[in-house]
Design a protein around this ligand. Structure first.
Ligand code: M6R
Length: 602
C-alpha cells in the first residue's frame, strides 16, 4: 500500500528518497513521485509504474530536503496527476499522504470554492486546505497545518513541505503508520522502517493525532493543540542484510526457503536454557482468565488462526472462535463473558484488524497481538505481544509468517496447557516436534524440481483449480488457494472435500486441476473417496500426502509430523505450487497486481 519517505538536511536527498522508495516497492503501488528542494531550484517529479521509471526522470534533481511517495490508488486512477506529492493552489505547499480522508468532499465544498484541482485524490484537497489557511487566511504554516488537522477526518500519515523553507518537514499521523529516523546531521520520516534502515537504526515513534516538526538537527513532537510531548528514541533490530534478495530470483522463494530457520529461531525465542517452553506469564494468565478466545485477522493470518484452533482448544481447554477483521470492525457478535482477543498480523498494521482492536480497547477487552513487527501499531495498542521472529517478509504473498504464526501459537498453547496441568499439553514435546517440522520442510524444499515439473504440467495454462482437504487439511486448502490465486491469477478455491458433492463438483470438467491434501489417517480415506469422485468426472488430480497416509501413487509425499503442526509442513509444497505456477505463467511473483503487502486502509 502507499509509502512515505522524507529527508531533511542531507545533500544526497534525491538518492535517499529514491532508495527509500525502492525499499517500499514490496508494499505494492502503481505510481510514485518525489519533491526535492534546497538546491538551485525545486523539483517535482512523478511517474506511473515502477520506481525505475521515476528514477530515470531524476537526472539533475538535487537538494537537501524532500519527500517521496509510492501510491496505491484509492481515489482516482493511477495517473501522474493523481500521484503524490500534491501541491496547494499556488504550488507553495507540497504534501504526501497515506490513508483515506473521509470528509474530503465536504472540505472541498465548504472551504475550497474556486480552487483548481489536477486530479481526483483526497490528498490534493488536504494540501489545498493547508495552503488556503496559510496563504488566503494568513496563518503561519504550523497554525494552518494544525487547523487543517482539526478538520480532516479519517486515516492519514502526512509529510508536508513549505517550498519556501527547505529546513523543515511537518508530519502528522492518525491510524496510519509513520516513524521518524534520526540520522547524523539530518533526519528522516518514513511509513516503514525498511526505507530508512540503510541510513539509520535510530527511530522515534509518532502516536495518533500528533504533529512533528522535523529539522536537520531537531525533532519536536506536539499534540494538535501545540502542547509539547516528550519522546525517546529506540534502536531498531532490523539488519540490512535481512532485506536483500541475495542470490534468489524472488523474495518469495527466499522466504519459503527460510522457514526451517524460522522454526529454529522460534524454538530459541520461546525456550529457556534447559529447553523448557517460556512464554510471558502475563500472557499465560490472560489466556487462563478468558472463557473464550477470539482470533481476529485477515487473509493468510486468518487462515493461520484456523490452522491453530484445534491445538489451542485442546491444549488450553478454551473454545476458540475466528473473526474476519473487516467484518468485526463494524459489527461485533455476541461475546462471551470473559473474552480474550488475539490479533494475528504479520505486519501489525492491518487497518481492518486495528479497527477491531480500537473497539476492543474501548470495551475493555484484553488483547494479544501475534506479529512479526515489534513496535507495530497492533503491537503497541494491544495489552500483550508475541513476536514471530521470522525476519522481514517482503513478498506480497505471505509464506514464512503463516508458518511462524502457527508455531508461535503452538508455544502459547503449550505454555498455557502446561500451566493448567492439561495432560495433552504435558505430553506434547513441542521443541522436538517443531524440530521434526523443520526437517520435514527441508526435505520438501529439496524436492523443488519434482514439484516444479508437476506444477508446470498441471497449472501452466489452466483458468481455474481447486484445493480439497478435510479437518486441518481443509484449513491448509483455504490458505493454499489464496496463495495460488493472489500471485498466479488462477481462479482457485479451497474446499472441505466432503462439501464438493453439495455443489462445487458441478464445476469439475475434463482437465480441471484438483489438488488434494492428505494428512489425517481417518480423514484421508474419506478424501480419497472424493478424489475418486472428481477423477471420474475428468479432473486432473495432484495429491500431497504425509507419509503415514501416503500411497505409491501420491505425487508429493511429506515426512509425517505431529498433527497439531501438520498445517506448517503441509502448506510448504502448496507455497511452491503457487510460486512455480506464477513463474511459468510469466508473472511477477513478488508483486502481484492490485495487491499491497501491508493493507493500511479499511
Ligand atoms: O499483515 P497481515 O498479516 O495483517 O496481513 C493480512 C493480509 O493482508 C495478508 O495475509 C494477505 O492476505 C497476504 N497477501 C496473503 O499472502
Amino acid at each position: 500500500m502507499c509509502g512515505i519517505v522524507g529527508v531533511v538536511g542531507n545533500t544526497n536527498a534525491t538518492d535517499i528518497l529514491i532508495q527509500g522508495l525502492e525499499k517500499l516497492e514490496y508494499r505494492g503501488y502503481d505510481s510514485a513521485g518525489i519533491f526535492v528542494l534546497g538546491g538551485a531550484e525545486n523539483h517535482l517529479v512523478k511517474a506511473v509504474g515502477r520506481i525505475a521509471e521515476l528514477s530515470a526522470k531524476t537526472a539533475g534533481v538535487e537538494g537537501t530536503t524532500g519527500i517521496g511517495h509510492t501510491r496505491w490508488a484509492t481515489h482516482g486512477k493511477p495517473t501522474e496527476d493523481n500521484a503524490h506529492p500534491h501541491r496547494s493552489e499556488t504550488g507553495r505547499f507540497v504534501l504526501v499522504h497515506n490513508g483515506v480522508i473521509e470528509n474530503y468532499l465536504e472540505i472541498k465544498e465548504e472551504y475550497l470554492a474556486g480552487h483548481h484541482f489536477k486530479g481526483q485524490t483526497d490528498t490534493e484537497i488536504a494540501v489545498h486546505l493547508i495552503g488556503k489557511f496559510a496563504e488566503e487566511d494568513g496563518l503561519s504554516v504550523l497554525e494552518a497545518f494544525k487547523k487543517a488537522l482539526h478538520i480532516i477526518r479519517g486515516s492519514y500519515a502526512f509529510a508536508l513541505i513549505d517550498s519556501e523553507n527547505p529546513d523543515v518537514i511537518y508530519v502528522a499521523k492518525n491510524k496510519s503508520p509513520l516513524l521518524i529516523g534520526l540520522g547524523d546531521g539530518y533526519n528522516m520520516v518514513c511509513s516503514d522502517a525498511m526505507a530508512m534502515i540503510r541510513e539509520t537504526n535510530q527511530y522515534m515513534e509518532i502516536h495518533d493525532q500528533e504533529l512533528v516538526i522535523v529539522k536537520a538537527d531537531s525533532v519536536e513532537v506536539q499534540d494538535y493543540d501545540g502542547n509539547s510531548r516528550e519522546r525517546a528514541s529506540y534502536t531498531a533490530e532490523l539488519d540490512l542484510s535481512d532485506i536483500g534478495k541475495g542470490t534468489y530470483p524472488y523474495y518469495m522463494l527466499k522466504e519459503i526457503d527460510e522457514q526451517p530457520t524460522v522454526m529454529r529461531k522460534l524454538i530459541q525465542a520461546y525456550t529457556d536454557e534447559a529447553g523448557q517452553v517460556v512464554v510471558d506469564p502475563a500472557i499465560i494468565k490472560a489466556v487462563q482468565d478468558a472463557d473464550r478466545i477470539y482470533i481476529l485477522a485477515a487473509g493468510t493470518s486468518y487462515h493461520a488462526g484456523f490452522a491453530s484452533k484445534k491445538m489451542l482448544e485442546e491444549l488450553t481447554d478454551t473454545p476458540v472462535e475466528l473473526g474476519i477483521s473487516s467484518e468485526w470492525g463494524y459489527g461485533m457478535p455476541l461475546l462471551s463473558k470473559k473474552p480474550l482477543f488475539i490479533f494475528i498480523s504479520q505486519s501489525g498494521e492491518t487497518a481492518d484488524s486495528r479497527q477491531v482492536l480500537v473497539k476492543a480497547n474501548e470495551m475493555g477487552i484484553p488483547s494479544l497481538t501475534v506479529t512479526n513487527v515489534p513496535g507495530s501499531t497492533l503491537s503497541r495498542e494491544a495489552n500483550h505481544t508475541m513476536l514471530l521472529h521470522a525476519g522481514p517478509e517482503i513478498a506480497v504473498a505471505s509464506t514464512k509468517a503463516y508458518t511462524a504464526q502457527i508455531a508461535a501459537l503452538a508455544f502459547l498453547a503449550k505454555a498455557v496447557g502446561q500451566a493448567n496441568g492439561n495432560a495433552k499439553a504435558q505430553a506434547f514435546d513441542l521443541v522436538h516436534e517443531l524440530s521434526i517440522v523443520a526437517q520435514s520442510i527441508e526435505s520438501t524444499l529439496s524436492e523443488k524440481e519434482t514439484i516444479e515439473a508437476k506444477v508446470r504440467e498441471l497449472l501452466e495454462t489452466t483458468r481455474n483449480a481447486f484445493y480439497i482437504g478435510r479437518g486441518q487439511d481443509y484449513y491448509v486448502a483455504m490458505e493454499a488457494s489464496l496463495k495460488l490465486k493472489e500471485i498466479s491469477y488462477i481462479q482457485c478455491e479451497g474446499f472441505a472435500a466432503g462439501e464438493l458433492k453439495h455443489g462445487t463438483i458441478a464445476l469439475i470438467e475434463e482437465g480441471t486441476p484438483v489438488l488434494a491434501l492428505l494428512s489425517d489417517p481417518v480423514l484421508a480415506n474419506h478424501t480419497r473417496g472424493n478424489i475418486q469422485e472428481v477423477a471420474a468426472r475428468g479432473a486432473k488430480v495432484l495429491t500431497i500426502a504425509e507419509e503415514n497416509v501416503a500411497k505409491d501413487t501420491d505425487d508429493i509425499v511429506l515426512t509425517t509430523v505431529h498433527p497439531y503442526l501438520s498445517p506448517i509442513s503441509m502448506v510448504v509444497p502448496t507455497q511452491l505450487v503457487a510460486y512455480f505456477a506464477t513463474l511459468h505463467r510469466g508473472l511477477d511473483v513478488d508483486k502481484p497486481r492490485n495487491l499491497a503487502k501491508s493493507v493500511t486502509v479499511e
